[in-house]
Design a protein around this ligand. Structure first.
Ligand code: AMP
Ligand code: MG
Length: 478
């Protein structure tokens, strides 16, 4: 806001004073006989004038600043702001916490802002939930082969993003696992593992090559094909809720929906938001594992700890490994930081399938960082991307390591290779071919920790591979 007082004091008054004094000096200047006196006396007078003028300017500026402080608008401080929070109940199968930062005089706006955020979330749910019979997604899933199902731009946006993620994650993020998700949910209810044939049938009945996305809808080539957007739609809903809040004039806040959140603007009295990551090994107690500093952006954590099926005392994750048709086991918790919640959500689900190997697949220069926990409570390690440690306010109480490529320790068997990291944790690395119908009774063949002697051999193998690598580099140079 322009300040008329500052303008008057800064410009007009000193200039008027200076011009008057300058003309008076000019009028009074009389040359003496030597000329020097006149010059000296003129110089002295000019110095005095300059000094007085400077004094006047400084005094004017100080006075202006003082008046500006008294009369001008208050500088933005956190003192004048309030944080208002509301829990929106049962949105997309969970509760959503919305926090907004407002100036105290804006508080009456809070209700309409919360209502706008809730509308955005419920709209996404109504379009994309597989549990709502009349949702667009349910119509697509229930449609016969060859029938075009009209879809809104929003549903198509999420389906297209899912298809892109399927490619980027080399098949680990695959919304067409819909029949497998239902199979494993059913298995959990009756406490019986599905047979290999059931897993194979569910996997074969729905794949991306059976769904064609069009400009304004989709067509399936098989009636059985379908999608489950549970691994990405929540993030999309959060993004839309944040947009809705911004449109309502809210300058800062957080929308937190079941493991995924997005922050915008600034928290009161700070630059960044503090975001807690739950301990995957003590999630039932809601204990914090690590705390992050987040500016503008989203954080999503996926894991096997809050939604799973218990069969014969074994916990099976709700996230399916599309390459095996079995619940993912690579990581109990994966956290992704990204500019949008939709992308963070999709990648967090994918990293639970891929394990730390997936960190190498994250798009570069996309403002993304990630942390993947592996192992059991006693031997857990958090593998991180290069920039992730900079986000820690409180790092986790387990070793945090940058991810280095794992070394193969087992033969490729039906498209899955056994690999181990430098701490001896074992992972499954999938070949590009999607596995179909691997035997369902192959219980956990790829995970665990190597014993000491095998770990020593593994390190020896690493050295050998390093030498081979170096030789190749040298030969290449030659
Ligand atoms: P999230 O909690 O975001 O990790 O999402 C998990 C949900 O995504 C599951 O409950 C399923 O609905 C769905 N889902 C399971 N496995 C996959 C997968 N491999 N790719 C994409 N979505 C999946
Ligand atoms: Mg997800």
């Amino acid at each position: 806001m322009p300040c008329p007082l500052l303008g008057a004091l800064d410009c007009r008054a000193p200039r008027r004073g200076l011009s008057r004094r300058a003309s008076a000096l000019g009028d009074n200047a009389r040359p003496d006989k030597t000329g020097r006196g006149t010059r000296r006396s003129a110089a002295t007078k000019t110095d005095t004038g300059t000094f007085l003028r400077s004094l006047l300017i400084v005094a004017s500026l100080l006075a202006a600043a003082a008046l500006w402080r008294i009369l001008g608008p208050a500088p933005p401080t956190s003192e004048g702001t309030v944080t208002v929070a509301r829990t929106l109940k049962a949105v997309m199968g969970t509760d959503c916490e919305v926090k907004i930062v407002l100036r105290a005089d804006q508080e009456p706006r809070a209700d309409s802002a919360f209502a706008a955020a809730e509308r955005a979330l419920r709209d996404v749910e109504a379009l994309m939930s597989r549990h709502i019979e009349r949702s667009e997604l349910s119509r697509l899933n229930g449609a016969p082969a060859g029938e075009k199902v009209p879809l809104s731009a929003r549903t198509l946006e999420v389906l297209k993003a899912s298809r892109d993620l399927h490619r980027e994650t080399r098949g680990a993020f695959d919304v067409t696992v819909w029949p497998l998700v239902r199979l494993w949910e059913g298995a959990g209810k009756v406490c019986r593992l599905p047979s290999a044939a059931e897993v194979a049938a569910a996997r074969g009945s729905s794949q991306w090559d059976q769904i064609r996305l069009l400009q304004d809808g989709a067509v399936k080539t098989t009636t059985t094909a379908g999608a489950d957007l549970g691994g990405i739609a929540k993030g999309f809903g959060v993004d839309l809720a944040v947009e809705a809040l911004k449109k309502e004039g809210i300058s800062g806040g957080i929308v937190n929906l079941g493991g995924g959140l997005r922050c915008f603007g600034r928290p009161p009295g700070g630059d960044k938001w503090e975001v807690d990551v739950l301990d995957p090994f003590r999630a039932d107690k809601k204990e914090t594992f690590a705390a992050l500093w987040i500016g503008e952006g989203a954080v999503c954590t996926s894991g096997n700890y809050h939604r799973y099926s218990l069969i014969n005392g074994v916990r099976y994750s709700h996230i399916i490994d599309p390459s095996t048709g079995w619940p993912a086991k690579a990581s109990p918790s994966a956290t992704v930081v990204a500019p949008t919640c939709m992308i963070a959500d999709g990648w967090a689900t994918a990293l639970c399938v891929l394990g730390p190997e997936g960190l190498a697949l994250l798009p570069k220069d996309a403002g993304m960082e990630a942390m993947v926990v592996v192992g059991d409570p006693g031997s857990a390690v958090a593998y991180v991307t290069e920039g992730f440690p900079r986000l820690f306010k409180d790092p986790p109480g387990i070793p945090v390591k940058p991810w280095r490529s794992a070394v193969p320790v087992g033969l490729i068997h039906r498209g899955v290779e056994r690999v181990a990291d430098d701490a001896g944790h074992l992972f499954a690395r999938h070949s590009h071919d999607v596995l179909r119908g691997r035997s369902a009774d192959e219980e956990d063949p790829f995970h665990g920790t190597l014993g000491d002697s095998r770990l020593k051999r593994l390190h020896a193998l690493r050295v050998v591979l390093l030498v081979i690598d170096l030789r190749e580099v040298v030969q290449h140079r030659e």
